[in-house]
Every structure is written in C-alpha cells, then in structure tokens.
Design a protein. Sequence first.
Length: 702
Amino acid sequence: MALIKQIRQRTGLLIGVIAGGLILFLLGGDLLSPNSTLLSSNQNIVGEIAGEDVTYEEYVARVEEFKLANQQRTGRVPSEVEMYSIREQAWQSMIVERVFKDEYEKLGLTISDAELVDMVQGKNIVPELRQQLVNPQTGQFDKNQLVTFLQSLETADPAQQAYWAQQEQLFADSRLRVKYDNLLATSEFATEAEAKEAYVAANTIADASVLFIPFYAVSDDEVEFSESDLSAYLSNNKDKFKSGNSASLDYVSFSIQPSGADSAEVIAQIKELTNELSTSDSDSVFALRNSESPTPFLTVRPGDALPANLTSNVSDVEAGQTYGPFVTANSTYVSYKISDQYEGTPRLRASHILFSTEGMDDAAKEAVKAQAETVLADLKGDANFEMAARQYGQDGTAQTGGDLGWFAKEDFVEEFANAAYGARATGLLPNLVETEYGYHIIKVTEMPKSTYTKVAIVELELVASDATRNEAFRNADSFAAEAGNRNEFTENAEASNYRVLQATNIDASARNINNLQNAREVIRWAFTDASEGEVSPVFELDNAYVVASLVSKREEGDVTLADVREQVEAQVKNEKKAELIKSKLAGKSSLEDMKAVYPDEASINEVPDLKLSANVIAGVGFAPKAIGAIFGLEQGEISEPVREDVGVIVGKLNALTPAAEIGDYTAYQGQLTQNASQRTAYSVMMALQDLAGVKDYRYKFF
C-alpha cells in the first residue's frame, strides 16, 4: 500500500526510521542465515494458525519489525522483559493477519489511499509517528521532520523504501483492527427488559441469616473414598483439568541482592553527582553522561505530569533548584534539577463525541445533526458524558469516554480548536461544532496551560557488586557440579542447608517460576534439553543464580489421575464432607440447631443488605448458588443445605425489600451496553482463535 508518489511533496519521516530499515535487513540476514544452528534441524515450525504452519523465519522477521518500531518509538534497544511483550505483539499480529483477513473481507472493511495519506501526513497523523517526531526545544509534534524525509524517499535506498512500505502496512493493519473492534463494540445493545432485570437485581435487597459450615469442620479421617471415586470425578470434570505442556521443577536459588557495602557505595556516588548537578552549566549533557535513567533529560509539556518520584517528595518546584537524592520503589536513587521553566504554546484537555457525516448527502447530514442535538440536550440535562461518548462516539476515542488528552490549538482542525480554546471555563460547550468530519459535542475538561518544564535526571540503580555476584556464583556452580542427579541434588542441598523449592505445573510459555522473575531460560531448558531427574547448569536471573532439577513434564491434552491426584482428592473429599454435613443437619428445624452440630466451626452471619445481583456473602465468600436459594424463599423459610466451594451454607430469609419501580431505565441500558462493548472485541478474538485452531510452539525456541 505504498503512497510515496501521493505524499512525496508534502510529508516525511525521521532519519532514524531509515536507519531502522537498514538494521532490519542487516539483522534479518544474520538471524535467518542457513548457518543458524537452530534452523539446521527440520523442526523450525513455531506454530500453526488456521491450518497453516508458521515458520521460525517468518516469525523472527515479524518480531524484528516490531522490535525496530519499538526502538524508533523509545530511542533505545528493548530489554529482555520488553522483548517478551514485543514477541507477543508480533505473534498476535500474525494471528490477526491470518484469522481476521477473511472477516475484514466479508465486512468490506478497507483502508483507502486517502485515509492512509491522512494517517501519515494529514490532520490525523497516527500516534506512533506523533510520538517520534517531537521537537526537543518545544516538546511539540514537528511535522517538518516528516516532510524532510518523505520528500526524498523516492530516490532513497530500496531498503529504506521497503521499510516505509512496511510501516504503512502496519498503520493500515492497526487501523483495520480499530475499525473492526469499534464495529463490534457499537453493535452491542441492551433492551429495556434487560435493563429492568439488571436494575431489579441490583436493588432487590434481602435481610438474611446465613449458617456457614466450612469443610474443615469435618476431619479427613471421617470420610472415605476409593480410586473409582477419584476416577469418576476426573471423568466428569475433564474441563477443569485440561492441561497444556507443563513441567515440575525442584530448584535452589542463590541470591545476588546488593550487600550493605554495595548500598553504601551507591549512596556516596549519588550524593556526589547530585552536588555536581546542582552547579552544572550544561544539565542535559551532565545527565546524559552520568545517569542510568532511560530518559535523563525531559521537557514536560503543559498538562503532562512531572516525574512521580519528584512530585511525591516536593510540593512546588523552582527553576534552577536541585532535589534529591530520593529512593524509588525499584531500588534506585534519583535526583532532579529543574533546568528551566518557560511559557510556550498553550495546551488544553477536552473530550468529544463525534457524529460522523463523511460521505453523506445533505439530507443524511441533517438526520445526524438532529441525533447529535438530542444527545447534547440529554447531556445538558445532566446525562453522563463518558457513557454517551461510548454509546454514540464514532471514532477511536469512543472507548475511552471521548477523552482527547492534552493538545495544542494547531493540532486540531480550525473549527474544533477555535471552539475548545474559546471556552471560558471547563464543562460542556452549549452548541454543536461542525467540522469536515461531522458534528462534535465538546466538553473542556482542563483549561489551557502554557508552562513547559525542563528536568535533568540523575539516577543510579542499586545493584550487586562484582564481589557479591562472584560469591553467589561460586556457591551455585559448586552445587551444580556436585549434583549429578536428582537424589544428589536433594541430598547435597540438605547437607549445605540450601532450601529446595518446588514449582509445579509450569506452563511451557511461562516467563516466571514462582517469585523468580524472567526465568525463561530455566523453563526452556526444562522443555527442550532436560530429561526427568537431570540437574541443570547454573542459570543467571535478574537477582539470583538458579540450579534446577526436572521432576516431570507432560504434553498438552487430557491429564491422568496421577497428574492431578492431589487436586482431585481435595475435591472428592469436599464432596464427601458435604454429604456428611447435610446428613447430620437433616431434621433440624432452625439455624441454631444446625449450628449446634458443629458448635466450634460453624457460624451464623446476619446479612441485612444482601443483593440479588451479588455473588459473594460477607463473612463467607463466593456463594452464588446459596444466594439464589435465599432469594427463592418465602419470608421466614430456611433453605436446603447448599454446597459451595467454601463449605456448606444454609440460608434463612428474614425479609425481602423489592426494588422500587422507576420510570426510566436508560442509565442501566447504557451501562449494560458499555460493559458488553468492552467484552465483545476480546471475546470475538478468542472465539476466532479457537475456530482457527491456533497452536503455539514458540516455547521451544524462545
């Protein structure tokens, strides 16, 4: 979908994008070369989507596209944690591409050339470009940078042209998905009958007494079960125990947390740097050279927040002043200097509801205007603006309640900007505003601000020193070398007083093991290289060295009783306990008599405000079946014992207050519609993936 000739005279992109294109081609050659060890085998399939194999080469190429886009956006190479997110985005994009393509075609959803031109150089430039093309002096989007590149793109290197074509395609694909999701969201509608049912459920109140007997009231010794009971339960509840590829590990963790000496050294360094920053004549250069912050120098625009660690410690900042050092939640020390504060281009914040008239004739426009006037009248009558925006809005802001964020006057079309900036106070504008896109209802949420603040940031992370890390590694390496199998692993750990930890049923695509973050290499070892009982080499994680032993692993599909015996036994025991409790309560006519059967463990809770829409009983827990039973009683009646996951519950209805009749259920209709709209896109996505039979084997490679 190349539009180079159409926009060459008017638009362009940062030189960094050009460099990104070259990097893509260079990296692609290395990653996908025939000499790659990984690809020397025939097993290079990373997944299957809609019956088609996804090869390692295809997937890596897509990951590189997203990685380079991230680098252009952030100005740095992504960390391994960020790479996980990038790989997921790339995988989802391949699913969308293959699964949603037919859906787009069936619905006739397209991105026209004119629309794409508008996205990359018109009045609605996509956020990805706007975020990259910021003038560092003003902090504002700089369209001239865009013009500089695209005017020369036609004569540029073919690799650069190819990269830009890829970017255009990514923008178009993203916009198609937005259109599809918005179409689904706006297709939701709640009837008045549904709204009335929701209102009645939320406002029908029961005054109830609830007897709760937890399962531990019956000891395990009092119930008996057989292997056939366990097998029958598993057979009847297979869906509860479906398993993906999973593994169980024993492991020993050797901490590499900073020592007291490490902390003292960092504190001394940050204090010295803070003093130097306070007297520096070139704050930005000093911060760039000495800070470990990814963004050591900021221009904070009007409406944008100053760094949270600064505002949480300082109420009012002054130009020229230095603040800190402060300790952050991420074990870093940080100091700030307010390099400058100056008045610049004003920015305000507003929300809107767009009633689109694009492509309509005059008669159709009048009908749209009439609808917009009706909604505006409702809003003047104190209707909820955000809810109305979600219901009626016809652009990407609808799902966020119409919020446009902070913007400068020149960022928007003239009619819209003049109306918003002409407001003398926050609130709803009294009249519709017509632009080339349609009719807008505008609500000014923050008045214009014009103060820009430049902030230099010096940040040092508290990390373990080389001496601390070396000591931890020596211990881990010695332990791994001496543990040849799982038995020796356990024995040597006990002898050295190392704690052996268990991690059961780890998913093949997991990133963490219990509280060990970014443990992907350990998990990949378990699924690709390890056999049961084998001991791993030493793995270096963020804050620990880890040595693991593979206990077991299983393939995707139905589980056996041996795989889930512990969980099945717990459920069967609870079933048997519930039957025993019910039998002992038989014949008792009051809650007090029933409580006397288990005087120490049972409790009677008074619940004067139990709602029909609730699924939790205060003091008891999740109990939807018991709540339903209570609302099915007549006043003064006692329910049959009900088994819930938390125990056995008996309810008594003391009084019922029905919901009062109301004349208008519009608010409940709107809320139901909004809730359904928020769920629809995700639900459809999951359904289409299931229908497409998506299979993910990436855990073998990454």
